[in-house]
Write a protein that binds this ligand. Sequence first.
Ligand code: PEP
Ligand code: MG
Length: 876
Amino acid sequence: MHKYVYLFSEGNGNMRELLGGKGANLAEMTNLGMPVPQGFTISTEACTRYYEDGEKIAQDIEDQIYEYLKKMEEITGKKFGDPHNPLLVSVRSGSRASMPGMMDTILNLGLNDEVVESFAKITGNPRFAYDSYRRFIQMYSDVVMEVGKKYFEELIDEMKAEKGVKLDTELDADDLKKLAEQFKDEYKAKLGVDFPSDPREQLMGAVKAVFRSWNNQRAIVYRRMNDIPSSWGTAVNVQAMVFGNTGDESGTGVAFTRNPATGDPHLYGEFLMNAQGEDVVAGIRTPQSIDQLKEVMPEVYDQFAAIADKLEKHYKDMQDMEFTIEKGKLYMLQTRNGKRTAQAALKIAVDMVDEGMLTKEEAIMKVEPKQLDALLHPQFDAESLKAAIPVTKGLPASPGAACGKVYFTAAEAVAAAENGNKVVLVRLETSPEDIEGMAAAQGVMTVRGGMTSHAAVVARGMGTCCVAGCGEVKMNEEEKYFLIGDKKVCEGDYISIDGSTGNVYLGEIKTVPASMTGDFGRFMGWADEIRTLKVCTNADTPRDAEQAVRFGAEGIGLCRTEHMFFEADRIKAVREMIVSKNEEQRRKALEKLLPMQRGDFEGLFMAMGGRPVTIRFLDPPLHEFLPQEEGDIIEIAGEMNMSVADLKQIIADLHEFNPMLGHRGCRLAVTYPEIAEMQTRAVIEAAINVKKATGLDIEPEIMIPLVGMVNELKFVKNVVTKTADEIIAQSGVEMKYLVGTMIEIPRAAVTADEIAQEAEFFSFGTNDLTQMGFGFSRDDVGKILNAYYDKKIMERDPFASLDQDGIGQLVKMAVEKGKKTRPDIKLGVCGEHGGDPASVEFFHKIGLNYVSCSPYRVPIARLAAAQARAKELLNK
Ligand code: PEP
Ligand code: MG
């Protein structure tokens, strides 16, 4: 028969997958001879089976639970449900990855009317006994039967009012006994059945509730945020109760081996005498600092400090521990690697290397890459944030906190910023023309759009905070206000947005700037020593490029040249080019653009100081560059000597039903080769100029987007090489350059061996590859994904974290095929996934040479790449 249940003494710390983190650690502490109240763990496999069996606990599992309950009775010398010598237990969840507060806990299980009466006698403390009983009924009703907590809290408030007291602790044994009765009546009124008095029924109800809590809403959201698969399931720990609320000789507390906020290497925590766990959390009484335990109970303190030290050394990580003191005796209820702030994580990792506790490879694994974000952007002041309540929530599209006055157009945002105002740009959705407004703003909020929408991508690139897709917001752009429910926000009103959580607040919340400590630099230095995957950046301007270099970027993996086309001073020339009636007119317009583009590229080459720079040729559909507003149309028609009707006709002709699948990428270069010609000229001339001026050895990489067939690439490459070779020959300067392609159309991945005959490098455009691989529109998918999460069709946004089983396999196939044709082909990725830690690990494994991501994600990618390598080294 398959084993589903384990005594603590049967497990160990390496059995997290089976016993969950809490169960494995309770077993490990038991093995280390620490004082742990004994019990058993029902495995994660039992949870998976519970779901497979249609949310039922199978008979064989139930039998094993009772068998182990019996063993527990033998170990503790107490009996479940026996009024003379009752065994009371706690039932707590514990999954493989720690998910603090996400799932459910039930304490004091095993009490009923009969047991509580004798329990009162045995303990000589009726108040304690009835308090435990009413707490149990309350928790059980809430967790197992989902009768809301508030009904019970109302009854407590009524009782306190009746007695004329303020605190729960002022209620006496009789009051609590009465409350327990009232609670049971409430239970019956709500559910139509009696509160279960049989402890075995209580136990099975509680186990089921813990299994069920694996799929409660907050657990699902937490898993999605932390890349935890739903298939893991949770274990259930059934542990003998010890009581911190028997009187002044007892207490309970939580402590960390180091300060989780700062990393300071001293015991940190708090405790409450005469209390049970939830009292510490509930904040009804103010707990004392752990240092004070030294005075209250010196021996217990010494014993606890010694255990804490031993646990930290044993686990080689900062520990978060729960303990209870029952009548002067210490019990350890839990230990786990503690959650910590980014700043603390860095300090702890660096200190532990200095203390000789960790190797650099081990230390690298102690910091969550995504956490580094917090060190790079301004944040809300923690105190000010406490008092604030979010009014709505969008997608956390670009991290950091922003607070400013609302403006609804880019121009007004720029004007307000120039007048010294802090600005939040609020748009229905952003278009490339908003770029200046986005640069001038502290933050950007949009009503529509997903994680790879224009606003999100651009904001991340600039390091500007962005909350996208706030679907509850009703916009009135014309009259310059928006509504969230009945709250109206007008131009000039303050709002605060958090791009790390997606929360939106009304009014001003103070922000504090990012701080970079010395530990950060040392730690990242180790990451760079370890990693083999290079990290480049997506940058379109010298400013972004310089920022990225400061964050450790080793090159530019993607420069999106269209962003240069949108600059206000050149949009006119771009429009002239588009509405040209023939090649000659178009060439004239392109002539005007050439010096501007050349200047842009010179700036980039200078900023990168000889590091590789990959420049991608024009990608978006042409119609995106055309004027939309009537006023603009009239102005442009005037400037271009054409009638408004003619211009409108051109705009209409350029309209496409599916622009994302339309006239963009290499298709533009095929239909108008002179655009590719001008861009080649700008790149090569800029490279020559910078080489001449600085002596830097520059080898530009020209990247052709949206290629699906080798013949497309062949055609455009021909235009590029012809132009480039001519310029180089004339210049007399020696210059090498590469021509490569993006692999972002599924057909390109499938025929990568053919494409590699022409391409000298591949850069995977995983945004489009995801879009076209799934057939999901990257700008509209948000609504669908929410439904997919709810219906458990998908767990994660494939535009944020690569779908390794599907889209990832396309990438892997293309890597293999590309290398077959051209063994030294340079391979990278420049989709948004290049900054996502789980995806970075995948790219490392399949043998890419580099990832490229927005500047603010460069440190994250560096650490993720180091972790991917460190994992291999540590497993060897
Ligand atoms: C991509 O498709 O992954 C990519 C990097 O290009 P863009 O986001 O500009 O379409
Ligand atoms: Mg693309």
